[in-house]
Design a protein around this ligand. Structure first.
Ligand code: GLN
Length: 556
């Protein structure tokens, strides 16, 4: 349905008043709408912080690190981009002040600016513009660039100046600015207030940016007067003051709400692009299933190390929801801190859940709690899904409690263990730098077709994304295989274990890669679909066991 004339158009999204307004979600929702009107869209996030990428930050600082197919460690908003649009992100989809400055400083050292003074303007802003331009191409009709942070932050200034210049250079017709802002409700006054948004737009205007569209995050509906006021004081057309009210059930409702107000129509009109019909029926059906799942609810326990911050396991929670959609069931998540399992025992904290997932992580805190959790799932035949560190802990648990290898461990946590079932990859032993040096990005995996994973995928070779330094140690493979562990997925050529399973169990699958990064609401990842399906089939069994055997530590 290509109806593009002229160059790649650019949409820039800034945020005002406070952070955490959901700029990433809004960008992803707009991208979906434009795609569903027949346009080829790409998304990008520019983050003003100084880390070269978020890979070295704790999940508590930054939430999940999202890994792209080509192995970049990126902002979690890219997860929204991929989940909403199915459009793959790459290295070009996320730049930070750190990566921009590093490029400029490296060039300076190489003599790339010989004779010149290197400055924020024009050198840093030129580098930012090059990052934006990297999205341009014959195959991209509309590029959406989200600027992280909040206008008014000192560190976002070069980015705002760069997008101002960029729009000037490509011309008004080919680029536009969307400002996402907050219209708070002041309870004591019983009123919604537009002033913070006016001030935020005021800051943008001092930089030379007048937003074309205002998207207002709010708890309550805005009146026509609010919209008129914002339009007048912010110099925005009245119909381009869009309300983005908190959604009732799911983030996947956001595109439907935005479409109701025709924001995608205005964007296309302003960019001189034909307004093709919007095809949103599949999305709407998916949202309807999500809101009223025909099979009711199933509860899944997620036992992690960074539970207190929901964003730490963003893609995992989303992928569980997708697995629920595929099975027509709502997924309720019981978040359990693995250190708590060490204190209270798995039975006490996980009684009643229909499935247990142990996600990825780094460092030894909470590891024993994860291992106890896995033992509980194995012995009590509760569907279990281990991911990355969760898979590593599953092999440690099996080695210790089934194969009699007392003290088996990963050398990440116990370098002197007699049974290093998880060990560092040889090529990793030489690595000293921390940033971007793990086994990252997509690798192939060959799967046994008659295994649980093989049946779930329905094909023999898959490709999944990785982010880890340690691997299963093949020295222990034969012994563990004899004891009943199935090594059902192997990285071809490198003989690295990617998937393990247990034969005598309703559903016990653990993988070294991160399947959660490839799941979308319209296309649930096969392993998440299989896991939630198994939990649904076994629903109630853990409850029954609980009444027979009251909470006490589980022994194998
Ligand atoms: N810490 C483990 C490793 O580096 C697991 C990493 C993860 O779970 N992402 O191998």
């Amino acid at each position: 349905m290509a109806t593009r004339n002229g160059p790649t158009r650019h949409v820039f999204i800034t945020g005002g008043v406070v952070s955490s307004l959901g700029k990433g979600l809004t960008s992803a929702a707009l991208a979906l709408l434009l795609r569903q009107r027949g346009y080829r869209v790409k998304l990008q996030k520019l983050d003003p912080y100084l880390n070269v990428d978020p890979g070295t930050m704790s999940p508590y600082q930054h939430g999940e690190v999202y890994v792209t197919v080509d192995g970049a460690e990126t902002d979690l908003d890219l997860g929204h981009y991929e989940r909403f649009t199915g459009i793959p992100c790459t290295r070009n989809s996320n730049f930070t002040s750190g990566s921009i400055y590093r490029a400029v400083i490296t060039r300076e050292r190489e003599g790339g600016y010989l004779g010149k003074t290197v400055q924020v303007i024009p050198h840093i802003t030129d580098e930012i513009k090059a990052a934006i331009r990297s999205l341009d191409g014959e195959d991209v009709d509309i590029a959406i660039t989200e600027i992280g942070g909040t206008v008014g932050d000192i560190e976002s200034l070069p980015f705002l100046e760069a997008i101002r210049q960029y729009r000037h250079e490509i011309g008004r017709r080919n680029g536009l600015f969307i400002h996402l802002t907050l219209v708070p409700y002041i309870k004591a006054a019983g009123e919604m207030k537009t002033k913070p948004s006016q001030q935020s737009v005021g800051i943008l205007r001092t930089i030379g940016i007048v937003p074309d569209v205002l998207i207002c995050r709010c708890e309550h509906s805005m009146t026509a007067e609010h919209k008129a006021k914002l339009a007048l004081f912010c110099d925005v057309d009245e119909n381009k003051v869009i309300e983005e009210k908190d959604v009732e059930h799911s983030i996947y409702e956001v595109p439907i709400e935005l479409a109701r107000q025709d924001v995608d129509v205005y964007i296309l009109e302003m960019l001189g692009l034909h307004v093709n019909p919007l095809e949103l029926s599949e999305w709407k059906r998916m949202v309807a299933t999500l809101i009223t799942p025909p099979q009711g609810l199933v509860e899944i326990g997620v036992v992690g190390k960074y539970i207190s911050l929901r964003d730490s396991y963003k893609s995992i929670y989303e992928a569980l929801t997708h697995g629920g959609i595929a099975n027509g069931v709502g997924v309720r998540i019981r978040m359990v801190e693995s250190e708590e399992v060490e204190k209270a025992g798995a039975a006490a904290l996980l009684a009643g859940v229909s499935g247990i997932l142990v996600p990825g992580g780094f460092g030894d805190r909470g590891i024993e709690g994860k291992i106890q959790t896995i033992q509980y799932a194995r012995v009590n035949r509760i569907p279990f899904f281990g991911i990355c560190l969760g898979m590593q802990c599953a092999t440690i648990e099996f080695a210790r409690n089934v194969c009699g290898m007392a003290g088996a461990n990963s050398t990440e946590f116990a370098p002197a263990t007699a049974y290093p079932v998880i060990d560092m990859m040889v090529e990793q032993k030489k690595v000293t730098e921390k940033g971007g040096t793990m086994r990252l990005g997509a690798y192939p995996c060959a799967i046994q077709s008659d295994s649980v994973a093989g049946k779930a995928y329905g094909r023999g070779e898959i490709s999944e994304r990785h982010r880890h330094r340690y691997e299963f140690n093949n020295r222990f493979r034969e012994k563990m295989q004899r004891a009943g562990m199935i090594f059902s997925g192997i990285c071809p050529g490198r003989d690295l274990v990617e998937i393990v399973e247990l034969a005598d169990h309703p559903w016990f699958v653990a993988c070294q890669f991160h399947p959660e990064f490839q799941s979308t609401p319209l296309q649930s990842h096969p392993l998440f679909r299989g896991f939630v399906g198994a939990a649904l089939r076994g629903q109630g069994k853990n409850e029954a066991r609980k009444s027979r055997r009251p909470a006490r530590p589980v022994k194998s």
